[in-house]
Design a protein around this ligand. Structure first.
Ligand code: C2O
Ligand code: CU
Length: 467
């Protein structure tokens, strides 16, 4: 409505006068912080033409922006999002990393918002929310892959524990929303099986954007893989990354990494320390082989870009260290992440693909393609379960569970080196990952699935009922 749009505009304009914005918005996308404990906005999904990397491209966008508006709230805040669907297909919204009910009007992924319809999502950020980098995108089965591939998605920040650590507060905060776009549409079933990747890789809707950081200072990179199927194997040339959060969840101490792999749906936060010398560093996407797709058919397949062994690194962004050298100290400790007690139950999950009569290739969760009517997994609230997820297929699959975050306990029987929370974990081909999940707070039905959204659409999704 005109009234609420006016209110939104007003809050945006007055932001500069009444309070200093904590952080600047991503270029090209508006910033909606909560005010007086309420985050309220209109989100219109529609087809748009947007200038991306010097080309006008057909996209699907929220409020005509790529990425969608950046939302920001605090623990305990009330959130009200009026979603107006002006797409040519039904849609809805899902939120990673918020821990809100899987039911209406919060995070019900079975809700169908028809063309031309409006719904209001309304929920509270849990008062004990850890604070972190959440992510919203559409989630209606049958449409989710096309809509995310088309460009729908955005960042949702909850300010919390990490934001109160002085060294992190002083760091330059940089959001990096990683999203590829198809410039020249081509239809290919093989592309869907591999998981479709776009030919134009963008960061915040731009090709190789530049960021500047005070020399010697710290930068906090907050990364989201918002792509349908593309993986990002990130490196900052010879610079190490210090991982401080996995998906939206803080670690207890920074962990040094020389590179960082982000599969679709995953987020990460890293600190980087500016060198004492002025200079430029490129954020690279190194080649990564996410499966042996050639095994699925004969020869090279059209539209398939998964086999990227021989591809040169892509430059995603350029960081410039400039100004006076201002060495900044590094945080030694972050927040306490406790190891979870032993589970009351262990379940097995198998990720694979197969042939279905009349359908061709289908992707399977425990031998079955998705059926929204069926309940695949029933869990009891206030219990802890271990899920052992084995990928017997020929492609990597990022496994995503809704509502309750989990800790990764082991990979191929080897315990993980430190406790960390996640909501999406990569299960590479031939490997087994064990996750530990405390089921808490919310009864209801939701899903777990492969976050290569084409695989979700082709069946690799199961339902879970919590009671
Ligand atoms: Cu980001 Cu169920 O998805
Ligand atoms: Cu998959």
């Amino acid at each position: 409505t005109a009234g609420s749009a006016g209110a939104v505009l007003l809050s945006q304009c007055s932001r500069g006068q009444t309070q200093t914005p904590s952080k600047p918005p991503i270029r090209g996308s508006t910033f909606y912080p909560s005010r007086n404990g309420v985050l309220e906005l209109d989100l219109e999904a529609r087809q748009s033409q947007i200038q991306l990397g010097g080309q006008r491209i057909e996209v699907l966008a929220y409020n005509n922006q790529i990425p969608g508006p950046r939302l920001e709230a605090k623990p305990g805040d009330r959130v009200r999002i009026r979603l107006q669907n002006n797409l040519s297909n039904p849609t809805n919204l899902h939120y990673h990393g918020l821990h809100i009910p899987p039911t209406d009007p919060a995070d019900n992924v079975f809700l169908r918002v028809g063309r031309g319809e409006q719904v209001t999502y309304e929920f509270s950020i849990p008062p004990d929310h850890w604070g972190g980098l959440a992510y919203y995108h559409p989630h209606l089965h049958g449409y989710v892959a096309d809509q995310v591939l088309g460009g729908l998605g955005g960042i949702f920040v909850v300010r919390g524990a990490l934001d109160h650590i002085p060294e992190i507060q002083a760091a330059e905060e940089i959001f990096l929303f990683l999203k590829d776009f198809i410039v020249e549409p081509h239809q290919s079933m093989m592309g869907r099986m591999a998981g479709r990747e776009g030919d134009l890789v963008t960061v915040n809707g731009q090709v190789n954007p530049a960021f500047s950081i005070p020399a010697g200072g710290l930068a906090r990179l907050r990364l989201v893989n918002a792509s349908n199927a593309r993986f990002y194997r990130l490196s900052l040339e010879k610079h190490p990354f210090y991982l401080i959060a996995t998906d939206g969840y803080p670690l207890s101490v920074p962990v040094e990494l020389s590179e960082l792999l982000l599969s679709p749906g995953e987020r990460a936060e890293v600190l980087i320390q500016g060198t004492q010398e002025l200079g430029q560093y490129r954020l690279l996407n190194l080649p990564y082989r996410r499966g042996r797709m050639g095994m699925m058919g004969r020869g090279r397949m059209g539209g398939m870009r998964g086999d990227r062994d021989s591809v040169a690194p892509q430059v995603l962004a350029t960081l410039t260290y400039s100004g006076q050298v201002q060495p900044q100290s590094f945080p030694q400790r972050l927040i306490a992440v406790e190891a979870l007690p032993d589970p009351t139950r262990v379940r097995q999950f198998v990720l694979n693909h197969g042939m279905a009569p009349g359908q061709g290739m289908v992707f399977l969760m425990n031998g079955k393609p998705f059926d929204p009517q069926r309940i695949d997994t029933e869990v009891v609230l206030n219990t802890i379960e271990d899920w052992e997820i084995t990928n017997t297929g020929v492609m990597d699959h990022p496994f995503h569970l809704h509502t309750n975050p989990f800790q990764v306990i082991a990979r191929n029987g080897q315990p993980t080196p430190y406790p960390a929370w996640k909501d999406t974990v990569l299960v590479p081909t031939g490997e087994t990952v064990r996750i530990r999940i405390p089921f808490k707070d919310y009864p209801g039905k939701t899903v777990y699935h492969c976050h290569i959204l084409d695989h979700e659409e082709l069946g690799m999704m199961g339902t879970i009922e919590m009671r």
